[in-house]
Design a protein around this ligand. Structure first.
Ligand code: HEC
Length: 102
């Protein structure tokens, strides 16, 4: 019984480790990014613009850096997103492209 408890604690903490944006809403983030962010990236990088996230020399190396960049682009274009919207967008980008685990 005790080992079962230990095991479940381990599983729960590993889960937290595997997803840096645990409480974010990925679908809401996708809607925000599709609406506000993709067209400009597509103009500069071609296709659907997603190669900006997957290019070999991409700038973003950590989940914190990802949030910071989402904030920069958000401020640059004057969207005035709330912090939870920034986190939703970062979470979507992370799940789909960056796949940072912490
Ligand atoms: C007016 C054009 C424009 C808009 C709108 C825009 N971006 Fe960007 N974004 C850029 C450019 C240009 C870069 C590349 C900067 C560089 O390479 O130094 C970039 C880079 C990024 C990166 C980093 C890519 C990498 O190298 O890993 C992320 C993440 C990003 N943008 C997210 C967003 C989000 C989220 C939005 C919507 C809020 C957004 N961008 C809106 C122009 C834009």
């Amino acid at each position: 019984m005790k080992s079962l408890l230990l095991l479940s604690i381990l599983v729960i903490s590993c889960n937290a480790y595997a997803e840096p944006f645990k409480t974010a809403d990925v679908l809401a983030g996708k809607a925000l990014v599709d609406k506000n962010c993709v067209s400009c990236h597509a103009q500069s990088f071609g296709g659907d613009g997603s190669s900006i996230y997957t290019r070999e020399y991409r700038k973003i190396k950590t989940s914190k850096g990802l949030v910071a960049q989402v904030r920069n682009c958000n401020t640059m274009i004057g969207l005035k997103w709330f912090e939870d919207e920034e986190l939703n967008a970062a979470s979507y980008l992370n799940k789909t492209y960056y796949k940072f685990t912490e």
